[in-house]
Design a protein around this ligand. Sequence first.
Ligand code: GLN
Length: 242
Amino acid sequence: MSDNQLRLVWIYPDLLSTYGDQGNALVVERRARQRGLDVARLDVRSDQPIPTSGDIYLIGGGEDRPQRLAAERLRRDGHLHRAVENGAIVFSVCAGYQILGHEFINDLGQREPGLGLLDVVSVRGEKERCVGDVLADIDPQLGLPQLTGFENHQGVTHLGPTARPLARVLVGNGNGTGDGTEGAYNGTVFGTYMHGPVLARNPLIADLLLKLALDVNALPPIDDRWYEALRDERISAAQQPA
Ligand code: GLN
């Protein structure tokens, strides 16, 4: 961070923003401002270059065709790699998560190269789409409470040796591999299948992104009663028998 200003980049809202994923940008922005930070939020459309000077980059989910277009443009652009090399934090959801991996199956049924920022490979699931509420235990190394969200995807994501699972599923599918993993991370690059928006349901993940960006261990507490009410409601809904 420079000039005490947090630069938040929302990548391709015109292609990748399903199920209210834009809420993730709103949550990070608001929680940063509540800590007295000056936030410059940049929404980068798919015909614009990705800036390399961002602190936190957010990418949402998308349908299969916009997902392919987004992957093509991000590969051609090349700047997200540079941003990560500069220490940026990237948080991606669903289609965005698949794009950050080595490859995924596109809308034409072909193997589409991703950005290789996450050591994961996504294939098309043979079974029915993974749809529904999810509850999972986040990797204890991250020190976060349970992950709540909902999923809607056909893709199944396999983790390579260097990727750490973001969470272990208690309810739902997550990566869909049957090994109980959900999401992945490599260093400061995170991916999850969770919508919700996931950062509204899990505001302490937004705080983790802020702490990484600020290089601090703790942030001043804020009133999280509304978030907690939402979490309680969604976690008990996930625990109801189907
Ligand atoms: N198109 C991808 C899939 O179905 C991602 C879907 C999404 O982002 N919700 O797996």
